[in-house]
Design a protein around this ligand. Structure first.
Ligand code: PEP
Length: 251
């Protein structure tokens, strides 16, 4: 079911104690404010279980930021989708550009991760987006289409309906350089059209497509006002309760 969503990605920030404090602060504030959208926080693995005990899952969903591309076994340092699920988390961010760039996650590996996440009952928040050189070479549509095709288009329509897509132009992540509302809408409409081409308009209309990249309280409203932008994946501004609440309040 298509929902408006504001999802935070804490990345590699906050000790366990700091993360617990932020989760408590958000739980208290949002309980009073009653957000008009689904709110999700993507914490480091070590926070998941504690944060799940603090937040009301109806109010705040909890997400991991990654999971392994294997079910279980001798993969030192990895955390499986099944392990993520056992903490109480419901979501997993997959394909973030930092994982693609620094940990060499390609479309094939992300296909495996998506399958494992779905198999274990997690909802993937699947990130796609072009780097600056690709946009400058006018290849951004082609890149985004191939990311969808190569990692997700093997899924049945039923499984695809469980996905959340996050369009994150890499040149806008952590740079302070936000896509214009027109650039976001243009790409989101393209993504929905691509999904409709594969799965039909009904399925395409059910999928939430989030924007990510330097989204903040001051620009969230105009980004989310676009018909194909169903909310945001928020990095830096999710680390402070007031900033994150300001973005949630855009809905
Ligand atoms: C992100 O990393 O998903 C992100 C959107 O980061 P930021 O909001 O800091 O640009």
């Amino acid at each position: 079911m298509r929902q408006n969503i504001v999802a935070g990605n804490w990345k590699m920030n906050k000790t366990l104690q700091e993360g617990v404090e932020l989760a408590k602060e958000l739980q208290k504030a949002l309980h009073a404010e009653k957000p008009n959208c689904r709110v999700i926080i993507g914490t480091p693995f070590i926070h998941l279980s504690e944060v799940c005990k603090i937040v009301d899952p109806e109010l705040i969903g909890v997400s991991a930021q990654n999971c392994a591309d294997h079910e279980s076994g001798a993969y030192t340092g990895e955390v499986s989708a099944e392990m993520v699920k056992s903490t109480g988390a419901e979501y997993v961010i997959l394909g973030h550009s930092e994982r693609r760039a620094y940990y060499h996650e390609d479309n094939a590996m992300l296909k495996t991760k998506t399958d494992l996440a779905l198999k274990n009952g997690l909802t993937p928040i699947f990130c796609i987006g072009e780097v600056l050189e690709e946009r400058e070479a006018n290849k951004h549509f082609e890149i985004v289409k191939s990311q969808l095709e190569e990692s997700l288009f093997h899924l049945s329509a039923n499984d695809f309906k469980k996905m959340i897509i996050a369009y994150e132009p890499v040149w806008a992540i952590g740079t302070g350089k936000t896509a214009t509302p027109e650039q976001a809408q243009e790409m989101h409409a393209f993504i929905r059209k691509t999904l409709a081409g594969k799965y039909g308009q009904e399925v395409a209309d059910e999928i939430s497509v989030l924007y990510g990249g330097s989204c903040k309280p001051s620009n969230a409203k105009e980004l989310f006002a676009n018909p194909d932008v169903d909310g945001g994946l928020i990095g830096g501004a999710s680390l402070k309760a007031d900033d994150f609440r300001g973005i949630i309040a855009a809905f």
